[in-house]
Design a protein around this ligand. Structure first.
Ligand SMILES: C[S@@+](CC[C@H](N)C(=O)[O-])C[C@H]1O[C@@H](n2cnc3c(N)ncnc32)[C@H](O)[C@@H]1O
Length: 309
C-alpha cells in the first residue's frame, strides 16, 4: 500500500485560503495526503491532481474512488497548462507543490532511488521516460558528471568520484545502486564521512535531480502556475533542496516586483501592477510532531504567494 506521511499538511493547504467552490490543483499527488485534506475542505469545488508516476495515479484511483470532484492526470507538471486547457480549465484558485519523491518511490527497491538496496540504476519518477541513472553514470562525460555532482549534490569530492566512475566503467558498466554507492564511499576519505547519512546520499540526490530534470521542470511549471491563477488565487510550494527553494523564492520576488515603471508615474498604470504578493517572507518550516513523524520534514520549506491581478 502507498504509505507516505505528508509534510506541512495543514500549513500548505490552509495557506491556499480554500474556497469551498474553488478549482484547485495538486501538482504532486503522491500518496494523496494533501489532496485528501484539500478535498475535505471543498463542497462544490474540484481538484485536479497531477503525478508523473503511474503508481501514484493508480493508488489514488482506488483511494478516491468515492469522490466525484477529483480528476487524476498522469503527466509531468511541466505540462500543466496544456493538460488543464485540454479539459477546458483555464483558471484556478490555488495550486500546491510538494516536490521530490514519495516514500514508496524510495522504498520500492526496483525504482533504484535507494543507495542501500541493490537495484539497476534507474531513478526515473516517470517509468516511461528514456533517460535513467544508468545512462548518466555510464555515458555522460567526466565533466558532465562533475557538474551534476557539484551543482545538485554540493559534493566536495565530485571530481574524485567522477574520475573513479570513469575508470571503472571502462572495465565494465556500473549496473547497480549498491555498486555505485561503494564506489562513492571508496572515494570519500574516512574523516570526511559525515556521521549520520551515508556518504552516497548527496550523489544519489544529485543523480535523481538530473535524471528527472527536477529544477528545470519545476521552474517551467511554476511560471505556468502563476499564469493560471485567478486573482486572489494562491500557490503553496514545499521544497526540500536549497536550489529548488531558490528558484521558488526568486520567482516570487520577481513577480512581486512587477515590471519596471516608467519614471514619474503618479499612479501604477495597468499592466505594471505586481503579479504576486508573498504571503510569508520567510519560509515556513516543520516543527514538533511533524518533525518527529517524518525525518524528511527536516529540510522542508514552505513558501506561499497570492496572485494580485
Ligand atoms: C513528495 S511526493 C508528494 C506527496 C503528497 N503530497 C502526499 O501528501 O502524499 C511527490 C510526488 O510528486 C511526483 N512528482 C515529482 N515531480 C513531478 C513532476 N515533475 N511532474 C509530476 N509529478 C511529479 C512524484 O512522482 C511523487 O509522487
Amino acid at each position: 500500500m502507498f504509505n507516505h506521511t505528508s509534510v506541512l499538511l495543514k500549513e500548505t493547504v490552509d495557506g491556499l485560503n480554500i474556497k469551498p467552490d474553488g478549482i484547485y490543483v495538486d501538482a504532486t499527488l503522491g500518496g494523496g495526503g494533501h489532496t485528501s485534506y484539500l478535498l475535505s475542505q471543498l463542497e462544490t469545488g474540484h481538484v485536479y491532481a497531477f503525478d508523473q508516476d503511474m503508481t501514484a495515479i493508480n493508488n489514488a484511483r482506488e483511494k478516491f474512488k468515492d469522490h466525484s470532484n477529483i480528476t487524476l492526470i498522469h503527466t509531468n507538471f511541466e505540462n500543466i497548462t496544456s493538460a488543464l486547457n485540454d479539459i477546458g480549465v483555464t483558471g484556478i484558485d490555488g495550486i500546491l507543490y510538494d516536490l521530490g519523491v514519495s516514500s514508496p518511490q524510495l522504498d520500492v527497491t526496483e525504482r533504484g532511488f535507494s543507495h542501500s538496496k541493490t537495484a539497476r540504476l534507474d531513478m526515473r519518477m516517470d517509468q516511461t521516460q528514456e533517460l535513467d541513472a544508468y545512462e548518466i553514470v555510464n555515458e555522460y562525460s567526466y565533466e558532465a558528471l562533475v557538474s551534476i555532482f557539484f551543482r545538485y549534490g554540493e559534493e566536495k569530492f565530485s571530481k574524485k568520484i567522477a574520475r573513479e566512475i570513469e575508470r571503472l566503467r571502462k572495465i565494465e558498466p556500473i549496473e547497480t545502486t549498491t555498486e555505485l554507492a561503494d564506489i562513492i564511499k571508496s572515494q570519500i576519505p574516512q574523516k570526511f564521512r559525515r556521521t549520520g547519512g551515508h556518504p552516497a546520499k548527496r550523489i544519489f540526490q544529485a543523480l535523481r535531480i538530473a535524471v528527472n530534470d527536477e529544477l528545470g521542470v519545476f521552474e517551467r511549471s511554476l511560471e505556468q502556475a502563476i499564469e493560471l491563477l485567478n486573482k486572489d488565487g494562491r500557490v503553496s510550494v514545499i521544497t526540500f533542496h536549497s536550489l529548488e527553494d531558490r528558484i521558488c523564492k526568486q520567482m516570487f520576488v520577481e513577480y512581486e516586483k512587477g515590471p519596471e515603471l516608467p519614471k514619474n508615474m503618479p499612479i501604477i498604470p495597468e499592466g505594471y501592477e505586481p503579479v504576486l504578493k508573498r504571503v510569508n517572507r520567510k519560509p515556513i518550516i516543520a516543527e514538533g510532531d511533524d518533525l518527529e513523524a517524518n525525518p524528511r520534514a527536516r529540510s522542508a520549506k514552505l513558501r506561499i504567494a497570492e496572485k494580485q491581478v
